[in-house]
Design a protein around this ligand. Structure first.
Ligand code: CTP
Length: 440
C-alpha cells in the first residue's frame, strides 16, 4: 500500500528555517536539471519521530554527481565527488554538508562486497535499503515539495516501533545490517519483527558476518557503543548469538556481563583523563580475555588492534587477581606501583572491571597520583653530578624507588631521601665485599 501524503507543514514546524530554505532550493535546482530530488533515510525517519537530525541525504533520479556540481556552482560550495559510486558530498561555505546519491539498485557480485551501481528510480533505491523505517523519501521538487514517498508501509512500522527488512536478501547484501538492527532497536526502543529476526538468525548461522571486513564490523560496533545504553546492546547481541560471530572465542557468561557493566561504569572517568580512548578497545579487554595466542592473532589482524594492545591484555589478565586484592586491601600506592607501574588507560579499564565502586575510586586516586607525581629536584643528571654515579640501570632504579616513595608521601624531601637511599646502597655494597673471601 504505497502512501503519499504531503508533510511540508510538519517540515516547516520541525526544521530550522534555513534548512527548509535549502531543501526548497535543492528541489528548484532539480527542476532546472530535470531531475527528481528527494531527501531520504534517517533524516526522514527522525523528522517523523520528532528527533533532531540534520544529516541530509539527498537522492536524485538522474546523475547525482552532475546535480551536486550544479549545487556547488549555485552556492559556491565545495563538491567532493566519488565517481565510482555516483555520489558526492557538497560542503557549503558555513561548513554544513549534504550527501548526494544517484538513485540506484545495488547489486552485489559477491555478498558483502562493495556495491556495483546501476542508475534507477527512487522506489528501487528505497527497496534496497536496510529497514522499512529507513526507506522513506520526501520529494523536494516544487510541484510536489513535501510529498512523503512511502511504498512499503514504512510509516506504520515507524508508528508501531517495528524494525523490518524489505526483502530476504537484506542481511546478505550487507551483513552489518544485523548490527544496525540491534542499534535501532536500542536507540528507539523498537523491536525487530519475527520474520526479520528469523532471517537474521539464519544469515548469522550462515556465516555472513564473518565475510565482512573487520573494519566495517568494528565501525558498526563503535556506533553501537556511542548510543545511550551500550550494555543493553551488548546483551541483545548476546541473546541473538551475535557476539561469537564477531569474537569467535568469546563465551558470554554472567561474570563477563558483570565485568563489562563495571568497566562501563569506570569508562567516563578514564575518558575525562585520556582523550581518544576507544570504546571498542575498552570492551575488547574483557571480550578477548583468556584467548589463546593464535586466535588473538587472528582477531588482531581482523580488527586492526595494535600489537601492544594485545600484549597488554595478556599482561593484565595475569596480574588481575593480585591487583584486585591489593586495591581492596587499600595497600600503599608504592606497593601497587611495583606490580602495575604507570599503565596505559586500557590496563586501568581492564582492572576496573574487577573492582567494586570503592575499589574503582581507589584506582582512580592511584591513577591521578601517578600522573601528578613528578620528581622535582632529583634527576639522573643530579645523581651523576652529586654522587658521581655512572649512567646505567642503577640510576633508574634509584629514581624509581624515590618516585614510589613520593607516591605515598608527596611531601618528602627528595634530596634527603635520595641520600639515604644511596647510603643504604653503599652499605649493602660494603657488606657484600666484606663477606667476600680475600683473593690473591
Ligand atoms: N543504509 C542501508 N544499509 C546500510 C547502511 C545504510 O540501507 N548498511 C541506508 C538507510 O536507508 C539509512 C541511510 O542509508 O537510513 C543512511 O545511513 P546512515 O547514515 O548510516 O544511517 P542513518 O539511518 O542516518 O542512521 P544514524 O542516525 O545512525 O546516522
Amino acid at each position: 500500500n504505497p502512501s503519499f501524503v504531503n508533510i511540508k507543514d510538519l517540515m516547516n514546524k520541525r526544521l530550522p528555517r534555513r534548512l527548509v530554505n535549502l531543501l526548497r532550493l535543492l528541489g528548484a535546482y532539480g527542476n532546472e536539471l530535470k531531475m527528481s530530488v528527494y531527501v531520504v533515510g534517517g533524516f526522514v525517519r527522525d523528522l517523523l519521530l520528532d528527533i533532531e537530525n540534520y544529516d541530509v541525504d539527498i537522492v536524485v533520479e538522474g546523475n547525482g554527481i552532475e546535480f551536486a556540481k550544479y549545487i556547488g556552482q549555485q552556492f559556491d560550495a565545495i563538491v567532493v565527488p566519488y565517481e565510482k559510486f555516483y555520489t558526492a558530498s557538497v560542503i557549503f561555505r558555513d561548513g554544513f554538508k549534504i550527501d548526494v546519491a544517484t538513485a540506484r539498485t545495488e547489486y552485489y557480485e559477491k555478498p558483502a562486497e562493495l556495491p556495483q551501481v546501476d542508475i534507477s528510480t527512487i522506489k528501487k533505491d528505497l527497496y534496497r535499503r536496510d529497514f522499512t523505517i529507513n526507506a522513506m523519501a520526501i520529494k523536494l521538487n516544487p510541484s510536489e515539495y513535501g510529498m512523503l514517498y512511502d511504498f512499503f508501509n514504512c510509516q506504520k512500522d515507524l508508528e508501531q516501533g517495528i524494525i523490518r527488512i524489505l526483502h530476504n536478501l537484506s542481511f546478505i547484501e550487507d551483513p552489518t545490517r544485523m548490527i544496525r538492527g540491534v542499534r535501532f532497536e536500542m536507540r528507539y526502543n523498537f523491536k525487530m519483527e519475527e520474520h526479520t529476526l528469523e532471517v537474521l538468525k539464519q544469515n548469522l548461522e550462515g556465516g555472513y558476518l564473518e565475510r565482512v571486513t573487520g573494519a566495517r564490523i568494528r565501525q558498526e560496533i563503535e556506533k553501537i557503543l556511542e548510543e545511550d545504553n551500550p550494555m543493553k546492546a551488548i546483551r541483545r547481541m548476546t541473546n541473538l548469538n551475535m557476539i561469537k560471530h564477531i569474537f569467535p572465542k568469546t563465551y558470554y557468561t554472567q561474570t563477563m556481563d558483570e565485568k563489562l557493566a563495571r568497566l562501563f561504569k569506570f569508562l567516563p572517568k578514564i575518558k575525562e583523563r585520556y582523550q581518544s580512548v576507544s570504546d571498542f578497545y575498552a570492551i575488547s579487554t574483557i571480550l578477548l580475555e583468556y584467548y589463546d595466542k593464535q586466535t588473538l592473532e587472528t582477531v588482531r589482524a581482523r580488527y586492526g588492534y595494535p600489537k601492544k594492545f594485545i600484549e597488554s591484555i595478556k599482561f593484565t589478565e595475569n596480574i588481575m587477581l593480585p591487583l584486585k586484592e591489593m586495591i581492596e586491601l587499600r595497600l600503599n600506592f608504592s606497593d601497587i606501583y611495583k606490580v602495575l607501574g604507570k599503565a596505559n588507560p586500557y590496563v586501568y579499564l581492564h582492572l576496573s572491571a574487577y573492582l567494586t565502586d570503592e575499589g574503582q575510586s581507589y584506582l582512580l586516586q592511584y591513577i591521578d597520583t601517578i600522573s601528578s607525581t613528578k620528581l622535582q629536584t632529583v634527576t639522573g643528571k643530579y645523581l651523576m653530578g652529586k654522587y658521581s654515579l655512572k649512567s646505567g640501570p642503577q640510576i633508574n632504579e634509584i629514581l624509581e624507588k624515590l618516585f614510589a616513595m613520593k607516591l605515598d608521601n608527596p611531601n618528602i624531601d627528595e634530596e634527603k631521601v635520595v641520600s639515604e637511599i644511596i647510603e643504604m646502597y653503599n652499605s649493602k655494597l660494603e657488606k657484600e665485599t666484606e663477606n667476600q673471601p680475600e683473593r690473591e
